[in-house]
Write a new protein. Structure first.
Length: 449
């Protein structure tokens, strides 16, 4: 696979952490619709819960998340009050008591929360939901602000997985992205986490950042593997200053070009595999002992807003400003402005602002896209049968794969589509053939590589 293919195809396609993707959500899904959907949830449906903490104390210039910089704790504390009230509103709308097996805290920086507030919110959650004994409680952790006492408080709150953003270990790169985080800091925090029984460690690495080169990427991978995380995500920096104005602080002339990005990506992938990690999809890696590596073998890998996951819950409830969740009926996203979010809650209304109700066609395509993204192969006949559709429904979509097939990116064998090993970096492109919304609406996406 060469640079030619990178140049040939328009790789600005969605990451498919949902289908339909968020740009196609509409305002028809509001608090009243969400309340009705919650009330219809069958008893016994296992839940996942996602919490968004949209605060950080300093802006990293590469950041693509929805977050707000705060220098005082008061706004965080106020937000927490609204979050606790939202938990009550949602639990009241459910037709009974439900169990939760996966809890995920993202942001922003969830570790802006003080230890006492972790305890308050986990107590509230256990009061309103049956958090199972084996529940995974995952937190995105900023190592720059963590102390051993703080890690102990996370342990007391029940946290058992931590995701650590690393980006790069090179001081010049760190300076160019306004995130100074020495390797020793990351290493120390991981030691504290393990010492306090938070033994499931994810690390997020980046390529395509200013001043990065292949030598630095190789060193970054080696140092990361020395720390033996259970999972590693490898993200390409998406430079979208028209959407994220703080990215204008990154000088474009310091960014690697497409050919160099490709070299960095392929080097990192080959190095991670050579050092024993199992490639998941195209940008995630799991230690061979990790449950995610096992899920690949058994076809039980899934994809949601956190990327690849072993979480198979049919419903994820999103809490907090801008949080997205899903129910069997469709996707729901909360109000993004903090004021609108808390105003809705304190008026006793669920703060849902947008979403999409899934049609039968959406559900069919969602399953096809998820299997391609997770398994790199799908039998269209099987999925059509499960959804009561004729395979002929997809004739036009399959025809779109002809050029990809001619270039060795995938094969089409009767009703089975398979992404080739060399075609892995293009898996989003293969999945996009089944996206009925692509090209409509306002989606503008980052490059696949
Ligand atoms: S800590 Fe994370 S969420 Fe906050 S600005 Fe940095 S990258 Fe973005």
């Amino acid at each position: 696979m060469t640079n030619d293919l990178i140049n040939k195809y328009d790789l600005r396609v969605p990451r498919y952490t949902s289908y339909p993707t968020a740009p196609h959500f509409n305002e028809g899904v509001n608090g009243a619709v969400y309340k009705k959907w919650l009330s219809e949830l069958p008893q016994g449906t296992p839940l996942s819960l996602y919490f968004h903490i949209p605060f950080c104390d300093e802006m990293c210039w590469f950041c693509g998340c929805y977050t707000k910089i705060v220098k005082r704790y008061d706004p965080v504390k106020e937000y927490l009050g609204a979050l606790l009230a939202e938990i009550d509103l949602v639990a009241d709308a459910l037709p009974g008591r439900f169990s939760a097996k996966h809890l995920h805290w993202g942001g922003g920086s969830p570790t802006m929360l003080k230890g006492e507030d972790w305890l308050a919110i986990m107590t509230k959650l256990r009061d309103r939901f049956d958090v199972t004994d084996d529940a995974e409680v995952a937190v995105e952790l900023d190592p720059r602000t963590a102390t051993e006492d703080y890690v102990r408080e996370l342990q007391l709150a029940g946290v058992n997985r931590a995701s650590i953003g690393v980006q790069s270990y090179e001081p010049k790169v760190q300076e160019a992205i306004n995130r100074i985080q020495p390797y020793e800091t990351t290493k120390q925090v991981i030691e504290w986490l393990r010492a306090h029984d938070i033994t499931r460690i994810n690390m997020d690495l980046m390529y395509g950042l200013p001043f990065q080169d292949t030598a630095e990427i190789e060193r970054m991978v080696d140092l990361t593997v020395d720390l033996q995380p259970n999972r590693i995500a490898l993200f390409g920096y998406a430079h979208v200053p028209w959407m994220k104005s703080h990215q204008k602080l990154i000088k474009e002339e310091t960014l690697p070009d497409a050919a160099e990005r490709w070299k960095q990506f392929t080097l990192a992938v080959e190095r991670l595999k050579a050092l024993g990690y199992v490639q998941i999809g195209f940008d995630h890696f799991a230690h061979p002992d990790d449950s995610m590596a096992n899920a690949v073998e058994t076809g039980e890998l899934h994809r949601n807003f956190q990327g690849y996951t072993t979480d198979s819950a049919p419903a994820m409830l999103g809490f907090g400003a801008s949080a997205i969740g899903y129910l069997p009926q469709g996707y729901v996203q909360n109000e993004q402005p903090l004021k609108a979010y808390s105003q809705a809650i304190y008026s006793g209304v669920l703060p849902a602002a947008r979403g999409i109700e899934l049609s039968a066609d959406d559900k069919l395509r969602r399953d096809i896209i998820e299997r391609i993204m997770c398994d790199l192969t799908v039998d269209l006949a099987d999925v059509c049968k499960a959804h009561d559709f004729e395979v002929s429904t997809l004739t036009d979509d399959v025809a779109k794969l002809a050029p990809l097939s001619a270039d060795g990116i995938c094969t089409v064998d009767d009703t089975r589509i398979t992404v080739s090993e060399d075609g892995r970096p293009f898996v989003r492109l293969v999945a996009s053939a089944f996206d009925a919304y692509l090209g409509s609406g306002q989606g503008r996406h980052s490059k696949a590589v």
